[in-house]
Ligand binder design. Structure first.
Ligand code: PLP
Length: 409
C-alpha cells in the first residue's frame, strides 16, 4: 500500500487547522454550560457565541444580529428557501434558481414544487455562468426569491453576484446565495453585493463539520425551519453547538486574515496545474470559467477515460480527488452541472475535479500530474475509440488535430 497521501479534494471537505481545534477544546469540558441558562457557568459559552457572531458579522460586513448559526450548509439552504416560500406565500410562489446549484438547493426546490411553489431553473453557458438578461426575463410579478450560488462546487465558476443582487433589488425580489464554496475563499460583502441571505459552512474552510450559518438581512421575514426552544433569537431552535461555532469563527477569521495571500498562492498553483495538464495530457479540456473561478478549483475532462476508474487509480497512488459523476443506486450518473454546461455524456463521465487547499504544495501538483498522465494514458490506450481516432501510435502519430488540451474563457 502506498504511504503517500496527496489531498486534492478540498471542495468536499478540508482538514481542520490546529488553531481551530484549540479554539474549540474549552467548550467540551470546561465551558460546557448551556448558553440559554442564567448561571455564571454558562458565561463562557454565551461570550463565545457572541464573539463568533461578531467575527462573522465583521467578515460579511453586516450586523451580528443578522447571523444565525445552523447545523450545516444544507440546513442553511433548506431554511432560506423553505422559510421564504412559507413567509411570502401571500406575495407569490415563484422562485428562480439555476440548473447548477448544489442538491441542497435543487432538492429543496423540488420539494417546494410538490408543495405549491413554481420554480424556474436558469440555464448556464458553457463556462457555467448564468445570463443576467435571462435572469431578468424570468422575473414575474409573483417572484419572491432568486437563489443563485456564489461559486459552483464542481467547476468553480464564480457567478456575477453583484449584478444579480442589483437586478433582484431593482425588482423588489429577495436574493439568497449559497456561498458554501466561496465563504473564506474570496471576499464577500453582503451590502456591496446586495445579498439578503447567505449560506456558509465551516468544514469547507478548515473548520469543523456540522456547523453552518445563515445570514439574514434585517427586515427579511423568514419563518423558522427548526421549531423548539428560543435559541438564535427564536428563529433557529436547538442548543447551540458552542465548540463548533467557536471553531467556525476561528477558521473564518484565519481565512479572512490570510485570504489575499492564499488567493495569490492557490491561483498560481492551480494555473500551473491547468497548464501542465492541458499541455501534457492529450484530449484533455478544462471545465468552467478561466477568468471567474475559485482560486483552488481545477476541473478537467479527459476523452476516452472514465472518471470513476481514474479516481480509483489515483487513490492507489495516494491521491484524493473527485469525479463529476455521482453513484446513486449502483448506476453512475453524469453530474447535473457538467450536463448543464453542455458536456456530452462521454466527457462528463471522463471528468476529474482537483481542489487545492492551504496545505497543497507545488511538489504535490507535480506528483499528481505525473501520475495522472500515466493513468489517463493507460485508460485512453485501452479505449477502442481512442485507437480509431488517434491511431495505434497515439495522438502524436495521429493525422487528426485536437489532441492538445483546450480551455474555456
Ligand atoms: N452548497 C454547496 C455549494 C456545497 O458545496 C455544499 C457541500 O458540498 C453544500 C451546500 C452543503 O454543505 P454541508 O456539507 O455543510 O451541508
Amino acid at each position: 500500500m502506498n504511504k503517500r497521501q496527496v489531498y486534492l479534494d478540498n471542495a468536499a471537505t478540508t482538514p481542520m487547522r490546529s488553531e481551530v481545534l484549540e479554539a474549540m477544546l474549552p467548550y467540551f469540558n470546561e465551558e460546557y454550560g448551556n448558553a440559554s441558562t442564567l448561571y455564571h457557568l454558562a458565561d463562557g459559552a454565551k461570550k463565545a457565541l457572541q464573539a463568533a457572531r461578531d467575527t462573522m458579522a465583521g467578515i460579511l460586513g453586516c450586523d451580528s444580529s443578522e447571523i444565525y448559526f445552523t447545523g450545516c450548509g444544507t440546513e442553511s439552504d433548506n431554511w432560506a428557501l423553505k422559510g421564504i416560500a412559507d413567509a411570502y406565500r401571500d406575495k407569490g410562489r415563484h422562485i428562480i434558481t439555476t440548473k447548477i446549484e448544489h442538491h441542497a438547493v435543487l432538492h429543496t426546490c423540488k420539494w417546494l414544487e410538490q408543495h405549491g411553489a413554481e420554480v424556474t431553473y436558469l440555464d448556464v453557458d458553457e463556462t457555467g455562468m448564468i445570463s443576467l438578461a435571462g435572469l431578468e426575463a424570468a422575473i414575474r410579478p409573483d417572484t419572491i426569491l432568486i437563489s443563485v450560488m456564489f461559486a459552483n462546487n464542481e467547476i468553480g465558476t464564480i457567478e456575477p453576484v453583484r449584478q444579480i443582487g442589483e437586478i433582484a433589488r431593482r425588482h423588489g425580489v429577495l436574493f439568497h446565495t449559497d456561498a458554501v464554496q466561496a465563504f473564506g475563499q474570496v471576499p464577500i460583502s453582503v451590502d456591496e453585493y446586495r445579498i439578503d441571505m447567505l449560506s456558509a459552512s465551516a468544514h469547507k474552510l478548515n473548520g469543523p463539520k456540522g456547523v453552518g450559518l445563515l445570514y439574514v438581512r434585517k427586515g427579511v421575514k423568514l419563518h423558522s425551519f427548526m421549531h423548539g426552544g428560543g435559541q438564535e433569537r427564536g428563529r433557529r431552535a436547538g442548543t447551540e453547538n458552542v465548540a463548533g461555532i467557536a471553531g467556525f469563527a476561528r477558521a473564518a477569521s484565519l481565512a479572512a486574515a490570510e485570504m489575499q495571500e492564499r488567493i495569490r498562492r492557490e491561483s498560481e498553483l492551480r494555473n500551473y496545474l491547468i497548464t501542465r495538464v492541458l499541455r501534457e495530457i492529450p484530449y484533455s479540456r478544462l471545465n468552467g470559467s478561466r477568468r471567474s473561478r475559485l482560486p483552488g478549483n481545477a476541473n478537467f475532462s479527459f476523452q476516452f477515460a472514465d472518471g470513476e476508474t481514474m479516481l480509483i487509480m489515483l487513490d492507489m497512488e495516494g491521491i484524493c480527488a473527485s469525479s463529476g459523476s455521482a453513484c446513486t443506486t449502483g448506476q453512475t450518473e453524469p453530474s447535473h452541472v457538467l450536463t448543464a454546461i453542455g458536456l456530452p455524456e462521454e466527457l462528463a463521465r471522463g471528468s476529474l475535479r482537483l481542489t487545492l487547499g492551504c496545505e497543497t504544495t507545488r511538489e504535490e501538483i507535480d506528483y499528481t500530474v505525473d501520475k495522472l498522465k500515466e493513468i489517463v494514458g493507460k485508460l485512453q490506450r485501452m479505449s477502442p475509440l481512442y485507437e480509431r481516432i488517434a491511431g495505434p501510435a497515439g495522438p502524436r502519430g495521429s493525422a487528426r488535430g485536437g489532441a492538445r488540451g483546450r480551455e474555456l474563457r
